[in-house]
Design a binder for this molecule. Structure first.
Ligand code: ZN
Length: 441
């Protein structure tokens, strides 16, 4: 069923709802072998371009970005292991996690013990394939289930890796949605993981649909979306856009948004940035359980955005915590682990955060000497339809008292315990009644 706006509301199988659309995007991206460079990232960004007017930026191999250098570009054609009988027992075609990401080209015959030095498995989860990378140290390897590793017999194995590691470039996608103000909100997701759903695709899907929404409306703030390879991508962006970073007033790194874990917010390094206040407020006034954590220099690209030379107000909002769910960095982080309903809820929380950022203004009480007489201005009747009239009056008193130009609506919501959206609605009524004046800052 399509809505009157022509917006697609069902996926290809007729499954309805936003959550399914997000999941469908993840399904399209899941099979692609991504890395920090290479055609998998380009293919991913090309798909995102069907949804968003993304710019694709290429940074050549060898470019110095702060203390790092853009590495050679990696691509894979084929990779497999044949057992002593000549049977392919591990094949990149079957799962792209089978190949150590960034494996150099290799062809050779090895004994089992020689081969085992290049094999990775998970004894604690013997049916899962681990995800391993070797970006900055030339190596080759294969990842397989522990059960399969245990079943290998002695003999001579043939290993073939047809990969290329050559001068090329690192690719990332960027979209700026300009608002009335130059002040920016940064949303960043990593796009460098191969077939991993929660860690990578869930963040991409949520941000894609968030950006689609923001493109449809007029915004006060400007929104910058980055779809970048983890670590090296954000370092490269920061190195090339240092002057731009002054405009970033709020930001979130999005990942791990499709599992059924409770929300986890890791604060910005500042710890008291508006974004920290906003996310905490939104979670606190929702019915979903959540955890708030202080910043730590371990995790996703907030590590770079919050490095001391930048110290941007960027937090990290996930569901399960970074690295703290059993399927993390394994083949079990698949399309089953991310659920449409969880993706949809995550998108909803991100949207609420945006709504607070968009409406968090400062106001001035134009009648600050004693309380204004609300009755004669029809303010009791203005809220006559409200079921909780007393509370609404109380909210007005909070707004009038603290609208001194020093407290934002969110500050007032926090102080009073009211939900931001109640405070905002009441402030709008007070503006209408000429008791409040919206300030520029
Ligand atoms: Zn990861």
């Amino acid at each position: 069923m399509n809505s009157s706006l022509g917006e697609q509301t069902t996926d290809l199988d007729g499954r309805e709802g936003t959550g399914h659309l997000l999941h469908m995007l993840a399904e399209r991206l899941y099979p692609i072998c991504r890395s920090i460079t290479g055609n998998g990232v380009r293919q991913t960004l090309q798909i995102l371009k069907e949804y968003l007017p993304l710019d694709l930026i290429e940074i050549p191999t060898g470019t110095q970005v702060f203390d790092w250098t853009i590495p050679k570009e990696w691509n894979v054609n084929e990779a497999w292991i044949k057992d002593p009988g000549g049977k392919k027992i591990v094949d990149f075609v079957n799962h792209n996690l089978h190949l150590l990401n960034y494996s150099i080209p290799f062809h050779g015959h090895l004994s089992l013990s020689q081969l085992k030095k290049h094999l990775y498995s998970l004894p604690e989860n013997p049916d899962w394939i681990p995800y391993r990378t070797s970006y900055y140290q030339e190596n080759w390897g294969f990842c397989l289930t522990h059960r399969q590793l245990e079943s290998l017999n002695n003999g001579e194995y043939e290993v073939y890796i047809d990969s290329t590691l050559e001068n090329g470039s690192l690719t990332y996608g960027e979209l700026l949605i300009p608002g009335t103000s130059d002040d920016e909100v940064l949303f960043s997701a990593h796009v460098c993981h191969p077939s991993l759903a929660n860690d990578n695709l869930s963040g991409i899907a949520v941000l894609t649909y968030l950006a689609k929404d923001l493109l449809k409306q007029k915004n006060q703030l400007s929104y910058r979306f980055l779809f970048i390879p983890g670590t090296i991508g954000s370092i490269a962006w920061l190195a090339h856009n240092e002057a731009q970073t002054k405009k970033i007033k709020h930001g979130l790194v999005a990942s791990l948004l499709g599992d059924s874990g409770d929300f986890t917010y890791k604060k910005s390094r500042r710890g008291n940035a508006t974004i920290d206040q906003v996310v905490e407020h939104v979670l606190n006034h929702s019915e979903w359980p959540y955890t708030i954590r202080d910043f730590s220099p371990y995790g996703y690209d907030e590590r770079q955005y919050c490095s001391p030379g930048f110290n941007l107000p960027v937090g990290n909002l996930t569901r399960s915590q970074f690295g703290q769910y059993p399927e993390y960095h394994t083949s079990a982080d698949d399309l089953e682990l991310i659920q449409p309903v969880c993706l949809e809820l995550s998108l909803e929380v991100y949207k609420r955060i945006v709504e607070v950022l968009e409406g968090n203004f400062y106001y001035q009480n134009v009648n600050p000497k004693c309380e204004p007489q609300l009755g004669k201005r029809g303010l009791y009747t203005a809220i006559g339809g409200q079921s909780d009239q007393r509370n609404m009056q109380l909210a007005m008193l909070w707004i009038l008292n603290f609208s001194d130009g020093q407290h934002s609506l969110l500050d007032i919501a926090q102080k009073s315990g009211f939900d931001f959206f109640v405070i905002k609605k009441m402030a709008e009524i007070l503006v209408e009644k000429k008791l409040l004046l919206k300030m520029d800052k």
